[in-house]
Design a protein around this ligand. Structure first.
Ligand SMILES: O=C(CO)COP(=O)(O)O
Length: 150
């Protein structure tokens, strides 16, 4: 696989996702970073988005609920370059009926080299990074080159 440079914009499109046992932690995290988050564009799986909106007043674009396809919708958006950052508080203590979707979402985030945080301390470090509010280049697979070589 060849790679090319592609920039992430200064105003980030942030995906927020939390499994049920982790929703309180994500809401607490969003409340702590509310001022920063309102300068960016927020997306979420259905229930997570509703809870974050109710608790913080932040505006969130809500996709389907995770088990009904929301993780896959986010994965498609990442592939299409429509999500810049993934904050996914997945539950390390419970198996999920949609575990394959969860794994697929984490895989596609790795493929497209977007920043991912799976817990509050990683998410704290991510949003406090000097790169959070500037445009910066990262390497992504050269999709057109990949197609041409097939
Ligand atoms: O299941 C999820 C992620 O895998 C999250 O879905 P909800 O936000 O709808 O609870």
């Amino acid at each position: 696989m060849e790679f090319i440079a592609q920039s992430l914009p200064a105003t980030k499109r942030v995906a927020l996702v939390a499994h049920d046992n982790r929703k309180a932690a994500l809401i607490e995290w969003c409340s702590r970073h509310r001022e920063l988050l309102q300068r960016h564009r927020l997306f979420a799986t259905g229930t997570t988005g509703t809870r974050v909106e109710e608790a913080t007043g932040l505006e969130v674009e809500k996709l389907f609920s995770g088990p009904m396809g929301g993780d896959q919708q986010l994965g498609a958006k990442i592939s299409q370059g429509e999500i810049d950052l993934l904050i996914f508080f997945w539950d390390p203590f419970e198996p999920m009926p949609h575990d394959p979707d969860v794994k697929a979402l984490l895989r596609i985030a790795a493929v497209w080299n977007i920043p991912v945080a799976c817990n509050a301390s990683s998410a704290d470090m991510m949003v406090q990074s000097a790169l959070m509010e500037v445009s910066f280049d990262r390497e992504v697979p050269d999709y057109l080159g990949y197609l041409a070589a097939r």
